[in-house]
Design a protein around this ligand. Sequence first.
Ligand code: NAD
Ligand code: UDP
Length: 343
Amino acid sequence: MSRVVKVLKLDTGGRRRGNNFDRGRALVAGGAGFLGSHLCERLLSDGYEVIALDNFHTGKGYNLAGIARNGSFTCIRHDIVDALPTDFAVDEIYNLACPASPPHYQADPIHTFKTSVLGSINLLELARRHNAKIFQASTSEVYGDPLVHPQPEGYFGNVNTHGPRSCYDEGKRSAETLFFDYSRTYGIDVRVARIFNTYGPRMRPDDGRVVSNFIVQALRGDDITVYGSGSQTRSFCFVDDLIEGFVRLMNAGVAPQHPVNLGNPVEFTIMELAELVVDYTNSRSRIVHRPLPVDDPRQRKPDISFAKQHLGWEPKVALSEGLAHTTSYFDALLGGRRFAVPR
Ligand code: NAD
Ligand code: UDP
């Protein structure tokens, strides 16, 4: 993919609302990734002009295949750690740029940390110059290995500052600090979502996170790798539900003055997930155990009372339904045709 995927015709001054695009111009950093590509599609269908910025570290050009020819869409290859390539006018910024899977964010931990800190500063400065609203994709990892369960937004967390996950957890915590300091200092409208484990079509087969690993292993007939005993828990949100939460948080009339949990509160053990995937795919794979990674959180489940009450949001897609869609995606990607599910 070329550096600038489509010819840029971005004016550098003046707001776009009231021009060709009803909703204005939105910038999605990390737009070629799993969540970012779904968000770009949603914003285009809502009437925005959309610019994706991505360094393609974990993102893929084919995630954008469905919108690449859309006249309202532009994709720029750019690393947000570096100064932005041009000072274009923008109304809304979504910062999703950061590798999210432990093997990927640990591959270059210093760059991961810079992405959260320097990348956030670059985007916050852009928001400041253009008086744009800005959204940060934070994470349930800010709670670390939580001692409070389920986790409400008011819980400060239990995070290791110097372990192999710290580049991600502490980077995201620092980004939250920056977002609210920019808001207090410059009056910028910030929205911060703490995202809990989300899965769905367009995760990479080699992403390394648990849902994609288990489905790909089951489809290939490989061993299903449960780390540790499998008694640790996670709560899995389907991508469509999460994107709806993003849009509601960004468009809420009053900006919450704190981060907001977005995730599915139904909790599963990792062993339960492995069994569900094996049953659904009718796979001959064996479930095997591998060492538990350092600092792997023992439990995780969001308290979504705030999102329910103030955004009218809660997940609608059950794990069984979401796994069916995700299995269908990976089956097609791997060349199979056994799990076609109409979307
Ligand atoms: P992903 O790895 O598929 O997407 C991240 C995207 O950001 C990729 O396209 C990648 O190439 C791009 N990117 C990474 N570093 C960059 C940089 N320095 N400059 C420009 N682009 C860069 O992961 P995802 O699951 O889509 O996650 C998106 C965001 O949501 C991330 O910020 C992640 O931390 C956050 N999040 C995701 C989850 C989840 O369960 N999916 C949970 C919590 C938080
Ligand atoms: N996990 C697992 N097998 C895998 C990948 C992950 O058992 O092949 C476990 C992992 O140790 C963790 C849980 O599944 O307890 C969720 O891992 P993931 O990397 O998806 O997300 P995170 O740890 O960031 O919540």
